[in-house]
Ligand binder design. Structure first.
Ligand SMILES: O=C(O)C[C@@H](Cc1ccccc1)[C@H](O)SCc1ccccc1
Ligand code: NI
Length: 183
């Protein structure tokens, strides 16, 4: 079972490397790892389990965050319309995106960053991604708003990009052109 001791923290080189494509079909071990990543996110949202194992709540996790430099991400959350997103994905890729941008007015956090980093993180408002899921199916997801933000945060991780890399250094709260807050 993955717990916080398995989460790599900022400063570790694996977080700023571009992770390797997973050769498909994935090995049994790669599938098990991705399943464990998804289970960690679900556990982190379960009050009792999170309390018992002192898990920090998360909605996504990328393999580099557990020290594995492979293109695998796990995402689990319900958006405000109660739509559930629960995916373990191999080799996710953004194949198209809007010009328009968005951001969370409260900024972003990260399970690998044990500090507050204030500022808006500009993200695309809409994205289309393709990937392979845990059952080996090709998936194509059209995402917008908060879901688009979560998936972009996790895809950044497999490209070695941390959320604070995207914050405007001169003015962290500058509102990017052609953007609107997501919340
Ligand atoms: O570190 C991670 O990759 C998990 C992040 C993902 C994330 C952060 C900010 C915005 C979108 C996605 C964690 O989920 S950070 C903690 C958290 C928990 C619940 C809701 C939002 C963020
Ligand atoms: Ni993160």
């Amino acid at each position: 079972m993955i717990t916080m001791k398995d989460i790599v923290r900022e400063g570790h080189p694996v977080l700023t490397k571009v992770a390797k494509e997973v050769e498909l079909p994935p090995t049994k071990e790669e599938k098990e790892t991705l399943q464990e990543m998804l289970q960690f996110i679900k556990n982190s949202q379960d009050e009792e389990i999170a309390e018992k194992y002192q898990l920090r709540a998360g909605v996504g996790l990328a393999a580099p965050q557990i020290g594995i430099s492979k293109r695998m991400i796990a995402i689990h959350f319900q958006d405000l319309d109660e739509k559930e997103y629960s995916y373990g994905l191999f080799n996710p890729k953004i194949i198209s995106h809007s010009v328009a941008e968005t951001f969370l007015s409260g900024g972003e956090g990260c399970l690998s960053v044990d500090r507050e980093v204030p500022g808006y993180v500009p993200r695309y408002q809409k994205i289309t991604i393709k990937a392979t899921d845990l059952e080996g199916n090709d998936v194509k997801l059209k995402l917008r708003g908060y879901a688009a933000i979560v998936f972009q945060h996790e895809i950044d991780h497999i490209n070695g990009v941390m959320f604070y890399d995207r914050i405007n250094k001169q003015d962290p709260f500058a509102i990017p052109e052609n953007s609107k807050p997501c919340d």
